[in-house]
Design a protein around this ligand. Structure first.
Ligand SMILES: [Zn+2]
Length: 362
């Protein structure tokens, strides 16, 4: 079927969201809840059935797999998380498909009081005619991040079915406990074994930042550990404080645009956004020599590593960005969560485009 990802994506998303895999910030276990293992084991079985290689569930609760390359090209990784947010009821999700959305208010079978209205949510207005998936009114949907999981699984399935697409090795990681800030263990970076990886865990189309493809920009994402402030002692890690530490550790009297001239290179902090649970910092790295550019990137990475090691509970995605790509998910972590199947389809095409881009490098 030409471009026929929509049905597979819908089928996968509805099947995956019906499985309870909520994480729990009060648990000391890893993964924090046993339900997440149901989801992880299912994905492991499905990957094995697709015929990919090196499928395993690690002792830290991550499903890893490799789609072997059929040409020599750099490996690229794709990540998504299997847990759903602890902020709202996520047990017994009953996903519901609205085919060819008519553009009006959406009501919910299990809560007559609840309305998802395009007057309130601008993006929904743009999705008239799309297939919309929501929960039934009493739970969140969990498109965050089962949309990401569905997109990656569908892209892999397509790659394995379609022999004409040349590509290098593709590594996949499905992680637990992202919603409570414990998903990415240091060991994962080693086990994934790629220089570049992309996460499908973003919202609307356009959330993709194309500039992260270029070598002279860097993005540092700092994930705090969010715990209810009343229970936070020795557990909470505030991403705002870590961001402040990172900025103050970077050179300020040298290597900045305001302290350099001519063809001296620099690291320029361009923006910092976020909150206590997550901060994103972006930088422009400049140098006239490629080696110099790499040095700037390495310096930034070293600073991140120093801060990371001074904060053992902190899980930081370092230096080389794992850009967060859109999935289409909207109104996450609550009963009005929804997603368009057509948006997920565009994300699947994006995944395949990235794979094609990597196949051009050698
Ligand atoms: Zn997410």
């Amino acid at each position: 079927m030409e471009n026929g990802f929509k049905d597979e994506l819908t089928e996968r998303l509805m099947r995956y969201t019906a499985i309870d895999s909520q994480s729990d910030e009060l648990s000391n276990k890893s993964p924090s809840t046993d339900q997440q293992l149901d989801m992880l084991n299912l994905l492991k079985e499905e990957l094995l059935a697709l015929g990919v290689e090196d499928v395993k569930l690690t002792d830290y609760g991550v499903v890893l797999a490799t789609v072997p390359g059929n040409i020599s090209a750099p490996a690229v990784g794709f990540l998504a998380h299997v847990d759903t947010a602890p902020q709202f009821n996520a047990s017994g999700v009953k996903p519901r498909l609205i085919k060819g959305y008519n553009g009006g208010d959406i009501t919910f079978p299990d809560d007559p009081e609840l309305t998802l209205s395009p007057n309130e949510f601008e993006y929904l207005k743009e999705k008239k005619g799309d297939d919309i998936i929501t929960a039934s009114g009493t739970t969140l949907l969990g498109a965050d991040d089962k949309a990401g999981v569905s997109i990656i699984m569908t892209a892999i399935n397509h790659l394995l079915q379609s022999s004409e697409l040349n590509h290098g090795p593709i590594r996949v990681a499905f992680t637990p406990d992202e919603e409570i800030g414990r998903g990415v263990k240091k060991q994962l970076v080693t086990d994934l074994g790629v220089d570049t990886a992309y996460t499908f865990d973003g919202g609307k189309i356009g959330d993709l930042e194309y500039e992260t493809f270029s070598a002279d920009k860097a993005e540092v994402k700092i994930k705090g550990v969010s715990i209810h402030p009343g229970l936070a002692k020795d557990k909470l890690v505030n991403a705002i404080h870590i961001a402040a530490k990172l900025i103050s550790t970077l050179p300020q009297t040298t290597l900045t645009p305001e302290t350099t001239e001519d063809n001296e290179g620099f690291i320029h902090a361009t923006d910092m956004v976020g909150g206590s649970s997550e901060m994103t910092l972006r930088f422009i790295l400049r140098d006239f020599e490629l080696a110099g550019l790499k040095e700037k990137g390495d310096l930034l990475k070293q600073v991140c590593e120093v801060i990371n090691s001074s904060e053992p509970r902190l899980l930081t995605e370092l230096g080389i960005p794992t850009p967060n790509l859109f999935t289409g998910m909207q109104n996450i972590h609550g009963p009005l969560e929804w997603i368009s199947a057509q948006d997920m389809e565009k994300a699947t095409h994006l995944c395949l485009e990235i794979i094609k881009e990597f196949s051009k490098e050698n």
